[in-house]
Design a protein around this ligand. Structure first.
Ligand SMILES: [Zn+2]
Length: 225
């Protein structure tokens, strides 16, 4: 089933978009890494958090490359070493994006609240949805196959609602970097390109799960011939 050509044809646009987005992330990131910023990523995040009255949100370095994230559960921003220590436009851009998530959380930004509540079921759905569908079809158990599709839909819903979360965190970051004088407006073009490329990877990932869901529905309703 993994090698079904119909699946490959269906998800091909998402895979190509994902490849292109990853390439954009790499090129825009390396260019913005060469541009010096007045603050390190950690200092920029701290400044944005403090300005938003979030002195109690923690800031840590994670050894994982590309491991930059905000943990709503722990109220901590973790930045990879290059972003934490880096004095570049790339570093302050990514750090500001994570600070944007912390501000969303403090304001109970609705899409973030929804994605947080979907995390457990989306994780379960991505692991067991496909298995349930596979066994359901294999054993001729329609109810099990449909349960698999419904489980997988939780992951799709998570990804779709996560899009405004990511776009909003980046637009908050862009605004704060200029408003607080961390990045001069004429240099924002480099930051914008990095954040827009990162947003495109989320669009590609979302498109991929939507098209995969479509494939599952085609399998189940038997309209493939
Ligand atoms: Zn994000």
């Amino acid at each position: 089933m993994f090698f079904d050509p119909l699946y490959l044809i269906l998800v091909a646009p998402a895979l190509l978009l994902g490849l292109w987005a990853n390439l954009r992330v790499r090129t825009t990131y390396s260019r913005a890494s060469q541009m010096r910023a007045s603050l390190s990523g950690a200092a920029a995040a701290r400044y944005i958090l403090d300005s938003a009255g979030l002195q109690d949100v923690g800031l840590e370095m994670t050894p994982h490359e590309l491991g930059d994230h905000y943990s709503p559960k722990e109220r901590v921003i973790r930045l990879s070493p290059d972003v934490y220590r880096g004095h570049s436009l790339a570093a302050v851009g990514i750090a500001a994006h994570e600070a944007g998530h912390a501000i969303q959380h403090a304001h109970a930004y609705a899409p973030l609240v929804i994605t947080q509540s979907l995390v457990p079921v989306a994780g379960f759905g991505s692991n067991f949805g496909f298995l349930a569908l596979l066994f359901g079809i294999g054993l001729g158990l329609q109810w099990l196959a449909w349960a698999g599709v419904i489980l997988f839909s939780a992951l799709v819903l998570f990804q779709v609602v996560n899009l405004p979360v990511e776009f909003n965190a980046s637009s908050r970051a862009k605004r704060q970097l200029v408003a607080l004088g961390i990045v001069p407006p004429q240099e924002m073009v480099y930051v914008n390109k990095v954040l827009n490329a990162a947003a495109l990877t989320y669009v590609a990932a979302t498109l991929q799960v939507v098209l995969t869901l479509l494939y599952y529905l085609l399998l189940l309703t038997g309209r493939r011939d």
